[in-house]
Design a protein around this ligand. Structure first.
Ligand code: NAP
Ligand code: GLV
Length: 326
């Protein structure tokens, strides 16, 4: 029996590749960079399955070039890069990789919070530049993390994992979410509050919602205006959940204390972006889930989703079950 053809336009782990090879015919490109359009569309033409990272936007135009496609397996939990409605309309399954990256992304989020609060990146640059000539009492003064108030917007898998870390640091936890999380309220002593209340009371505001039509620009000028003047905004969700221009304005006018950003409205972030020259902003290149162990688990999960979908079974992480019930 012929195996279904799967197009993988980028490097993935050996284990995931071997697993896929048992069930599928692979069109695999062992490259880190994005393929050029021509090569990508050529691969798509014959593909029954496509595996992508979130840097690939799967739009109707792309799908027009994929006449045989039955499943798109996203190697990411966020799936704002997939036009889910269009995929569903065309009967194409879509899957993602939740859970396996939760703790790793929470580690990074908390590291970013700590780095921004205690000026870690700035201090490292200072020492390495040979500027540390004398110990001064007010050298690199930062902001306490322990005992401070953290406000988590989007108390999902990663939001809760961040809250667990915050509890270990003796922080007071506030959260805002579409639905209340009563279990987390009890186990983490977290208080559910309105968005405005959270913004007014938090020393650290952590944005952890997905990017959806409802959350585009969720944190804009009005919301930033409610934050304390020395509060720090941390965003590891998606850049567009925060109105980036409003954030730049708030930082320039010193209406908030700083920001830690793993994600940007445009990625890679553009070279002239004012955020890149602000000392009180720590910037990372979208590395929330970037550990060797977690990337391996994500690739394996994406591979299992792909194999199940192409075998006519329901993938564990199916995002559009309406397709499967057809
Ligand atoms: P999740 O478990 O689905 O959590 C998202 C939470 O946001 C849910 O609790 C959801 O509420 C809440 N939410 C959604 N829309 C909302 C709204 N309009 N108002 C208030 N709350 C809302 O997802 P996750 O696994 O924690 O991942 C969250 C996001 O993190 C991903 O979508 C991705 O964009 C991002 N991420 C980034 C990185 C990185 O490398 N920087 C890595 C992994 C993930 P309900 O409980 O009501 O559904
Ligand atoms: C990474 O950004 C993810 O959504 O997994």
């Amino acid at each position: 029996m012929t195996k279904p053809r799967v197009f993988i336009p980028h490097r993935i782990s050996e284990k995931a590749l071997s697993l896929l090879a048992e069930h599928c015919e692979l069109d695999y490109r062992d490259v880190e960079e994005m393929l050029d359009e021509e090569a990508f569309f050529a691969g798509l033409q014959e593909a029954c399955g496509l595996m992508v990272y979130s840097r690939h936007k799967i739009t109707p135009d792309v799908l027009d070039r994929a006449p045989r496609l039955r499943i798109v397996s996203n190697v990411a939990v966020g799936y704002d890069n997939l036009d889910l409605r269009e995929l569903t309309a065309r009967g194409i399954m879509a899957t993602n990789t939740p859970d396996v990256l939760t703790e790793t992304t929470a580690d990074l989020t908390f590291a970013l919070l700590m780095a921004t609060a205690r000026r870690i990146a700035e201090a490292d640059r200072f020492v390495k530049a040979g500027e540390w000539n004398e110990w001064l009492p007010s050298l690199m003064l930062g902001k306490d993390v322990h005992g401070a108030v953290i406000g988590i917007i989007g108390m999902g898998r990663i939001g809760e994992a961040v809250a667990r870390r915050a509890k270990g640091f003796g922080m007071r936890i506030l959260y805002h979410n579409r639905t209340r999380k009563t279990e987390a309220e009890q186990s983490l002593d977290a208080a559910y509050v309105s968005l405005d209340d959270l913004l007014r009371r938090s020393d650290y505001v952590v944005v952890m919602t997905p990017l959806t039509p409802e959350t585009v620009g969720f944190i804009g000028k009005r919301e930033l205006g409610l934050m304390k003047q020395d509060a720090i905004l941390i965003n590891t969700s998606r850049g567009k959940v925060v109105d980036e221009q409003a954030l730049i304005d708030a930082l320039m006018e010193q209406r908030i204390g700083g920001a830690g950003l793993d994600v940007f409205a445009t990625e890679p972030v553009q070279k002239g972006n004012p955020l890149l020259s602000m000392k009180n902003v720590v910037t990372l290149p979208h590395i929330g889930s970037a550990t060797r162990e977690t990337r391996e688990k994500m690739a394996l999960k994406a591979a299992r989703n792909m194999i199940a979908g192409l075998a006519g079974e329901k993938p564990e992480n199916l995002l559009n079950p309406a397709v499967f019930s057809h």
